[in-house]
Design a protein around this ligand. Structure first.
Ligand SMILES: Cc1ncc(COP(=O)(O)O)c(C=O)c1O
Length: 363
């Protein structure tokens, strides 16, 4: 850690107001919220390896219902969840080839685990900042164990296909007999983009979905895979085999239940806030120009060091956790900042926050 990192972390911890960086609750505060949630959700006993009643089964039933799938299974991480479900599809199909974006999480963030542990052969469905369509799937010829899309594609600025594009991709995968899996790490956060469509409509276009409880929802951690009963039963076996069947998962499941109850209903407001912010961020480039989810990226024609110096001064003076630190881009002298709007931001005026961020960024 450099002295700048230390100063930044200290200033961030000392903030009394949170804007575009979520409030860091103390473990004690988070655990008392869980204790209260036990009575809210009628949880009187802990789970036993995720079974025998209790919070985990309640959470699984809730996720299955929200996504309109027959079953769902809780897993400790999305990384494990997706490797498990892709394994299930590939074994069934007798092919280890999986078509997915080159920017997808299993390609970019899992240290080659999917190949080393399961032997997947990844084929690039898309390259770079592109949303996957039926044409992309058609271009990956030969047998496939599964096709996977990330909805929204995080490393591309959280961009998502239109409903029509999704429908066409779904039809193409079904006609070809290829299981279509969705990395929905931010599915809750992008759902408002598909105005008038329920989460179950989205999930209905695909064969399996992974969702996360800790990104925009802010639970401790955890993931779920929703699919047909037999697929979920096989994913459970892989959860066990991969060492993901913790003796008691009640704390994680409870925090996820709380997040689904309190945060999920406000995702539409978060996306609307993001759009108002984006429209008011004068002098900054916003990608995508109109945010499609609660997450988007800001670009500024300044060096990250210059901006972070100003951001640190702002944090120290105002004690308000405005936004994350800015990072370098591929273009020398330009900086970028990924913004995620959570319910914390809703207490602030998006236009005013955009003005503050632009001032910090541009000087
Ligand atoms: C798009 C996407 N997929 C999967 C994951 C994996 O989630 P986890 O951290 O629970 O393993 C992440 C985590 O950041 C992600 O952003």
């Amino acid at each position: 850690m450099t002295s700048f990192d230390e100063r930044f972390a200290a200033a961030s911890d000392a903030c009394t107001v949170s804007v575009l960086r979520g409030p860091r609750r103390t473990p004690a505060a988070a655990f008392s919220a869980l204790a209260a949630a036990c009575s809210d959700f009628g949880i009187t006993k802990a789970d036993w390896y995720g079974a025998e009643g209790g919070a985990v089964e309640l959470l699984e039933a809730r996720v299955a219902a929200l996504l309109g799938k027959p079953a769902a299974v809780f897993l400790p991480t999305g990384t494990m969840a997706q490797q498990a479900v892709l394994r299930v599809w590939c074994e069934r199909r007798g092919s280890w080839r999986v078509a997915l974006p080159d920017l997808a999480h299993p390609v970019t963030h899992e240290q080659d685990g999917p190949r080393l542990l399961h032997g997947f052969r990844f084929e690039h469905l898309t390259t770079g900042r592109t949303v996957a369509t039926a044409a992309h799937l058609a271009a990956v010829t030969g047998d496939l164990g599964a096709a996977m899309i990330e909805l929204p594609l995080r490393e591309a600025g959280c961009i998502a296909p239109t409903w029509d594009e999704l429908q066409e991709l779904s039809t193409a995968a079904r006609e070809r007999g290829v299981p279509l899996h969705v990395d929905g790490a931010r599915l809750w956060e992008v759902a408002p983009f598909y105005e008038g469509r329920a989460l179950a409509d989205l999930a209905g276009l695909v064969d399996s979905v992974y969702v996360s409880f800790y990104k925009g929802l802010g639970a401790f951690a955890g993931a779920a895979v929703a699919a047909a009963e037999d697929v979920v039963a096989d994913v459970r076996r892989w959860r066990r085999r991969q060492g993901g069947e913790m003796f008691q998962m009640t704390p994680y499941a409870l925090s996820a239940l709380l997040a689904l109850r309190d945060e999920l209903p406000r995702m539409g407001e978060c996306v609307a806030w993001a759009r108002t912010f984006a429209a008011a961020a004068n002098g900054l480039r916003v990608h995508p120009e109109v945010p499609q989810s609660t997450t988007f990226v800001l670009y500024a024609d300044r060096s990250p060091e210059e901006i972070n110096d100003r951001l640190l001064a702002f944090l120290e003076q105002e004690r308000a956790n405005l936004c994350a630190r800015w990072r370098p881009t591929e273009v020398p002298g330009f900086a970028q900042c990924e913004v995620t709007v959570t319910t914390t931001a809703l207490a602030h005026d998006p236009v005013h926050v955009a003005e503050l961020v632009a001032k910090v960024a541009l000087g």
